[in-house]
Write a protein that binds this ligand. Structure first.
Ligand code: SF4
Length: 274
């Protein structure tokens, strides 16, 4: 059924919990959307599945009260999920209650938790303390040079790749959970793939995840895009992706030169590539 674009949702009219949806990295993933208002992010990535970010900001604030999140969770299919993932309509750590919600979800479900972040708030000790309560944290890293970072991720003013690199290293040094680094490869950053080697080795994550933008880019913001996989029921254009051969070459090069565990969206494990 076709869906219509949204400008801004009325508070409390949409569940902050969605799915579970099948993810190639973590299996059946229940999504928690702590923003649930419009798309809000400190990046505006050229490949974002949410389309052009509606509110481009690094300001942290409360969007969805934790009580509402917990109520939405009770009404959801959380028992069918392998993991509960904080992602949704933008950068989840911009929500001031991310730590409180993480602890509440864990207490209610006992499921593993995961936060997907672009790393722009990791310089804040309060955010690092909140994320310490998540079983897994995946940080986005799509560039090895400042110029590519600005071109691909289009951050808010003042955010640099150098800062995110240092903040991620500081977070890794203290974090007791599982740290993944997510790299989205597209033609714009493939040419500097070798420059990722030193960056990844310096961070030393538990896993590097190679992806390519297989989710199309919407022409506007649609709530349904927060959990989109494959075909979408709204106008969206496909993006340039790596070929299987390019991805295999990249994976082999990074595995050999970093010595780190590398997983790729193109690896044929069980067909679970949502
Ligand atoms: S960090 Fe994530 S939510 Fe933000 S613009 Fe990039 S892909 Fe979209």
């Amino acid at each position: 059924m076709p869906v219509t674009p949204e400008k801004k949702l009325q508070a409390g009219t949409v569940s902050s919990v969605y799915g579970p949806v099948l993810s190639w990295r973590v299996g059946w993933s229940l999504g928690i959307d702590l923003i649930c208002e419009t798309s809000v992010c400190s990046f505006n990535c050229i490949y974002c599945q949410l389309g052009n970010i509606q509110r481009h900001t690094a300001e942290r604030r409360l969007f969805v009260p934790t009580d509402q999140v917990m109520g939405d969770l009770r009404e959801s299919d959380w028992r069918k999920a392998d993991i509960v993932t904080f992602s949704g309509s933008g950068e989840p750590t911009l929500a001031l209650n991310v730590g409180e919600a993480l602890r509440g979800v864990k207490a209610q479900t006992g499921k593993p938790t995961l936060v997907l972040t672009n790393g722009t708030t990791l310089g804040d000790p309060a955010v690092r303390a909140d994320l310490a309560d998540s079983d897994k944290v995946f940080v986005k890293l799509d560039a090895a040079t400042e110029a590519t970072f600005q071109r691909v991720n289009r951050p808010v003013e003042g955010i640099t790749l150098a800062k995110i690199f240092e903040w991620t290293r500081a977070f890794k040094a203290a974090y007791r959970g599982f740290l993944g680094i997510q790299c989205m490869f597209l033609p714009a950053n493939l040419r500097e793939a070798e420059s990722f080697v030193d960056v990844l080795k310096a961070i030393g994550p538990d896993e590097v995840q190679l992806n390519t933008p297989r989710r199309p880019y919407p022409d506007a913001w649609y709530l349904a895009s927060r959990g989109s996989h494959g075909d979408v029921p709204y106008p969206a254009r496909p993006l340039k992706t790596l070929s299987v051969r390019q991805a295999e070459g990249l994976e082999a090069m990074l595995r050999a030169r970093t010595g780190l565990p590398i997983v790729s969206v193109y690896q044929p494990i069980g067909g679970n590539r949502g």
